[in-house]
Each structure stands twice: as structure tokens, then as C-alpha cells.
Ligand binder design. Structure first.
Ligand SMILES: [Zn+2]
Length: 51
């Protein structure tokens, strides 16, 4: 389940664009865009550190 890192809500829709790739939070108080590329980069960084 997707969880917004800003508000902790789980109501989001996938949003893809020529420049953006991620999830758009649907919470009324939030409404922020969360890039998925940033999350992936963080993960690969952790994998590299384990290696
Ligand atoms: Zn949110």
C-alpha cells in the first residue's frame, strides 16, 4: 500500500508525465506530489552500502 511521506495518508493516484513519475496525494490537507524516482534512488543507495 502506498503511504504519503508528507501526511501519512494512503489515498493517492499514480501520476505519470514526460518529466514526472510518481504518486499524487489525494488528502485534502496535503495534495502533494511524491516522486517515485527519488525513492528508487534511495533504495539503490542502501543496496550499494550493504554490498
Ligand atoms: Zn499527503
Amino acid at each position: 500500500m502506498w503511504i504519503c511521506p508528507y501526511c501519512g495518508g494512503n489515498h493517492g493516484i499514480p501520476f505519470h508525465d514526460e518529466q514526472l513519475d510518481g504518486m499524487l496525494c489525494l488528502s485534502e490537507d496535503c495534495g502533494r506530489f511524491v516522486e517515485e524516482d527519488a525513492i528508487r534512488e534511495d533504495r539503490s543507495e542502501w543496496d550499494y552500502m550493504d554490498f
